[in-house]
Ligand binder design. Structure first.
Ligand code: CTP
Length: 396
C-alpha cells in the first residue's frame, strides 16, 4: 500500500534501518521505519486515509508517527534532496536523498533500505556494504567521525554486537578507543547515557554487554564511581540469573530491568557519594528520592533478613520484611544474598506469597460491627500472617 501510494504521489518510498537489517538476519522486527523522498508528513496523512488509524506529526523534524488501527506503529521520515555546493566553478551536485539519509546513520548494518514502490518492490538499496558486513558479522561505522558526532553510538555498537553475536570491526574498534581516550563520554548528557543503559539492560543478555563495557572501561568513563569492578560484576551476574528466573515465572508484576541493574551498578557507593551518580544521570528530584529510599529499604531488609532463620522464624515475618519492597528490590536481595537458604526463601516468597490474597475485606469487618479505623489494617495483616503461616485457611 505504501509503495502504491508513493507511486501515485511520485515519490520513492523505502523501508529502512533495523527492520531491513532484521529481515536479512531472519529475526522478527515489528518496528517499521519508512523514508519518503518527498513530504513524509503528507505521505503519513494519505496513508492513514487509506488504512485508517491516526498520525502524530513533528513539523520541526518533518517526521510523523502513524498508529494503525491494529496498534502497529510506523515511523515516517522525510528525505530531502540536498545540493552540495562545490567551490569555485564546479557544478552543484545533487545527491540522492536516500543515500544521504542512510549515510547519517550509525552502522552499515542499519544503513540499508528496501524499495517499496511497486516497480522495484523489495529491491535492496545498499550503498555501504551492509550486506557484506551482515555476512561477515561485523559492526562498522560509516565514517570516522561517527562516534565524535554521537558517542552514545559506542553503547549501541556493543548492544548490537552482543545481540547478534557480531564483532566490532578493527577500524571501528580503533575509533571507539580513540573516542574513549578523548573522554567524549564525560561530556555526554546524563539523560542520553541513561537511555542507552536502559536499552542495554533490557536486552536478552545484558551481562554480555556489561562485560564488554567493563573490558573497554566504559562505565568509569561515564563516571569514576561506576567502574565495574569484580565484586559488582559478580553481583550483576547473579542479578541476571534471578531476573531470568523471574521472567520464567510469568507473574503479573513485571520488572523494570533498569531499576534492578542500576542497584547492582551502584552497589558499594556510599550514601555520601551517591548523589554524584544520580546527578550525573540527571535524575529528577523525585527519581533521586525514590532511588535513595529504595537503597535505604534494601539496607533495612538486609539487616532483618540476617536474623531470619529457616524453620525457626515465621514465614509471615519474611513476608513483612519483603512486602514493602518493590519487586526489583526483592530480586536484588535475592541476587545479592550469599546464603543459600535466604535465596531459596526469597524465591518462595516471590513465587507463592507475594501475590497471596485473603478473602476477608474491610466490609466483612464492618458487618461484624467493628468501627472503621487503623484497627482494620492490623486485623487484616494478622489474618494474612496466619494464612501465610498455615494457621488458617481461606478459600483463595
Ligand atoms: N540511529 C543512529 N544513531 C543513533 C541512534 C539511532 O544513527 N544514536 C539510527 C540507526 O541507524 C537506526 C535508526 O536510527 O537504524 C533507528 O534507531 P533505533 O530505532 O534505535 O534502531 P533499531 O536499529 O531499530 O534498534 P532496535 O533493534 O534496538 O530497535
Amino acid at each position: 500500500v505504501a509503495g502504491e501510494l508513493g507511486n501515485k504521489l511520485g515519490w520513492e518510498i523505502y523501508a529502512v534501518g533495523g527492520f531491513v537489517r532484521d529481515i536479512l538476519l531472519g529475526r522478527p522486527n515489528l518496528d517499521l521505519d519508512l523514508v519518503v523522498e518527498g513530504d513524509g508528513i503528507f505521505f503519513a496523512k494519505e496513508l492513514v486515509k487509506k488504512l485508517g488509524g491516526r498520525v502524530k506529526a513533528h513539523n520541526k523534524f518533518k517526521t510523523a508517527v502513524v498508529i494503525l488501527e491494529n496498534g502497529q506503529r510506523v515511523d515516517v521520515a522525510t528525505a530531502r534532496l540536498e545540493y552540495y555546493e562545490y567551490p569555485a566553478a564546479l557544478p552543484t551536485v545533487e545527491l540522492s536523498s536516500i543515500k544521504m539519509d542512510l549515510y547519517r546513520r550509525d552502522f552499515t548494518v542499519n544503513a540499508l533500505a528496501l524499495r517499496l514502490n511497486p516497480d522495484r518492490f523489495g529491491q535492496l538499496v545498499d550503498f555501504f556494504g551492509a550486506e557484506r558486513d551482515i555476512r561477515n558479522k561485523t559492526i562498522r561505522v560509516l565514517h570516522s567521525l561517527s562516534f565524535v558526532e554521537d558517542p552514545t553510538r559506542i553503547l549501541r555498537a556493543i548492544r548490537f554486537e552482543r545481540r547478534f553475536d557480531f564483532q566490532i570491526g578493527g577500524q571501528t574498534m580503533r575509533l571507539v578507543k580513540n573516542a574513549l581516550n578523548l573522554k567524549l563520554f564525560s561530556k555526554l548528557s546524563g539523560t542520553r547515557v541513561m537511555h542507552e543503559l536502559q536499552l542495554i539492560v533490557s536486552e536478552e543478555d545484558p551481562l554480555a554487554c556489561l562485560n564488554r563495557m567493563q573490558e573497554l572501561g566504559i562505565m568509569e568513563a561515564i563516571h569514576p564511581l561506576l567502574k565495574l569492578h569484580k565484586e559488582r560484576i559478580q553481583v550483576l551476574i547473579e542479578l541476571a540469573k534471578v531476573h531470568n528466573w523471574y521472567k520464567l515465572l510469568y507473574l503479573e508484576q513485571s520488572v523494570e530491568p533498569w531499576k534492578l541493574y542500576f542497584l547492582g551498578m551502584t552497589m558499594g557507593i556510599k550514601n555520601t557519594q551517591i548523589k554524584q551518580v544520580t546527578d550525573r544521570f540527571h535524575f529528577t528530584q523525585r527519581e533521586e528520592r525514590e532511588f535513595l529510599q529504595l537503597r535505604e529499604m534494601i539496607h533495612e531488609a538486609l539487616i532483618q533478613l540476617m536474623s531470619w532463620r529457616e524453620g525457626k522464624s515465621k514465614l509471615s515475618r519474611l513476608y513483612s520484611i519483603l512486602h514493602p519492597l518493590p519487586v526489583e528490590g526483592v530480586l536484588f536481595l535475592m541476587g545479592k544474598s550469599r546464603k543459600e537458604h535466604i535465596r531459596r526463601n526469597i524465591s518462595q516468597y516471590l513465587a507463592r506469597l507475594r501475590d497471596m490474597e485473603i478473602e476477608i475485606t474491610g466490609n466483612d469487618l464492618h458487618e461484624l460491627g467493628i468501627e472503621p479505623g487503623p484497627i482494620y489494617s492490623t486485623i487484616l495483616e494478622k489474618i494474612m500472617a496466619a494464612k501465610i503461616d498455615g494457621q488458617v485457611e481461606t478459600k483463595k
